[in-house]
Each structure stands twice: as structure tokens, then as C-alpha cells.
Design a protein around this ligand. Sequence first.
Ligand code: X2X
Length: 336
Amino acid sequence: MLKRRTFMAAVAATLLFSASASAEYKSEYTVSTVLPSAFPWGQAADKWVELVKERSEGRINMKIYSNSQLVSGDQTKEFSAMRSGLIDMAVGSTINWSPQVPELNLFSLPFLMPDHSAIDAITQGEAGEAVFAAIEKRGVTPLAWGENGFRELSNSKREITKPEDLQGLKIRVVGSPLFQDTFTALGANPTQMSWADAKPALTTGAVDGQENPLSVFNVARIDQVGQKYLTRWHYMADPLVFAVSNRVWQQFSPEDQALLKQAAIDAGKWEIEKSRAELNDTLAKIKERGVKVTDLTPEQHAAFVAATASVYEKWAPRIGEELVRKAQDAIANRNK
Ligand code: X2X
């Protein structure tokens, strides 16, 4: 009996020892992104990596894998891969993670957020905290917010000023079910595909249109694949989330956890400011290339809001009625 106890104590000591030994850091941590350094999204990740390297004096090294290459281009698998530890870290879009974290569909509710202050009112308040708690509950530690931006609608066929103009148009959307509902409600014909497949599909005319932030339209030169019409309808914006797999997160010391988090907050702030400041220039460039850019009148805007009301009825219960209400209150009371 005594012997057995000694043995157990020895086993426990070994376990303890290996637990502290596993606190030895990896020589490199993988960071997944969809868009590379030419885009604000990639720059957000670059900044995070750079700040962490600098502040940890080279102890924590992260390497970015863009174009969703760690999940073979399937961006809607990024969250699961992070949860299971196949990917250590990511700067990811709320859209791409929403199949695994239903609360993230909040940001995709059509016409919920009218302007940048509305995005901030959500992310910087109680609703944002609730969203982070939902992410954490599913195995990933969220650290900070970034921004992909308001997603505008482009197509190769005609100017769009009212829902009827979308009738029958084939629109590429990300592989997230809410988008299917929004575009179906508008009378369009949505097709889910990854970003990797989007440009080829636009090139061949397999789809007529797509929706993405101005920065993405500009840098990816979407105008070159026949997208002649762009409607700035601001129907939704996808924040970016800087995050670490829970499994990896637990291996960092509390000091390094704080370091990683602060670097993510600083990188996110920097990227949000930069991408918002660049918007006017980006718009000017797109117009210079001959793209017909359309802004909606308040009446035209209202017609799109009315046409997509059914999406709220279906999705608010899935997102959580309370969370949706919190977000709406935060927007109503925002600083403009
Ligand atoms: O696939 C897209 O449209 C992109 C690049 O914006 C996202 O990853 C959400």
C-alpha cells in the first residue's frame, strides 16, 4: 500500500513536472487569416505579430498563413480548426466563424448598423462582451476587435437602387446560411462559395455579383472582372476578431497572456482607424476606374430594410433575442 502511494506520488510529480515543461513555448505559432498583407485585414495581423515579437523581445513568434491556406481555402472551417488546436491563432471575420458561433450572426443582420459608431457601440459595450463570451464558450479565446468593413454590393449587369433590381441576379455570398436568407428575401439567387472561388466565378460569369468592403473590391481589383456597378448600401459590416485557441492560450503565462491581448487591442485599434481613414481615397480610386457607384436615398434604403425584415424574424432567436436587443439599444444610444 505504502509502495503504491509512493508510486502514485512519483506519477503525480512527473505529471506536474511535464505540465510545467509544456509551458515551454512553441518556436512558432500559426496565425490564420483570409486576406493577406495588401488588405487592411492582413495588415491587422501583421501589426499584431510585429507588436508581440517586439514586446516579448522575440520570445513569442507568430507566423501568418493567409488565404485560409491552413484550412485548404475553406474559411468557414477556420474556427473549428482553431478550436481543435490545428490552428493556434487567427484574425478572423465574424461571418466566417458564424457557422460555429451563432451569436456572430448578429453583425450580419441586414441594416442593423447604420454607421461606424454603431459598430463601435456594439463591440465596445455589453453586447460585444456577450459575443466574446460566446466565442470563449466554444473553445477559442477572443482578445480584440478589428474591422473588415461595410460590405457593398457589386454586379456586372445593372445599377441597383431597389430590391427589384436584384431579381434573378446570381450573387456570390460567403458560406454562412444567413446570407442565403438575406439575398433570397431580396429576390436574388445567392450562391455560397469561399473567397478563393469568388474571383474565378466572377471572371467566368458563373455569378453576376458579390458583396465585400470597398477595400477588398479595390485591392482585389474586382472591377477587372466585369463588376461595373457598385451600390453603397452599407447593409452589414464584419468586424475582425483577434483570437487564440483555448488550448494554446492556457500554455501562456499570465504575463504573456496580457502581452498578447494588449498587442491585439493595439493592432486592432490601429487597423480600424487606418481602414476607416482610407475609405474616401479607396472610393475615389474605384470611381476613377469607371465603376458606377450608387448611393441610396433614404427612401431607397428603407425599401431594402423592409424587404429583409423576415431575416430578423428567423435569425434573432438563433442569435439570442436578448443579445439582439442589447445591440439595438447600444446603437440607439450611441455617440454619433
Ligand atoms: O470571403 C469574403 O468575402 C471575405 C474575404 O470578405 C471574408 O472572408 C468574409
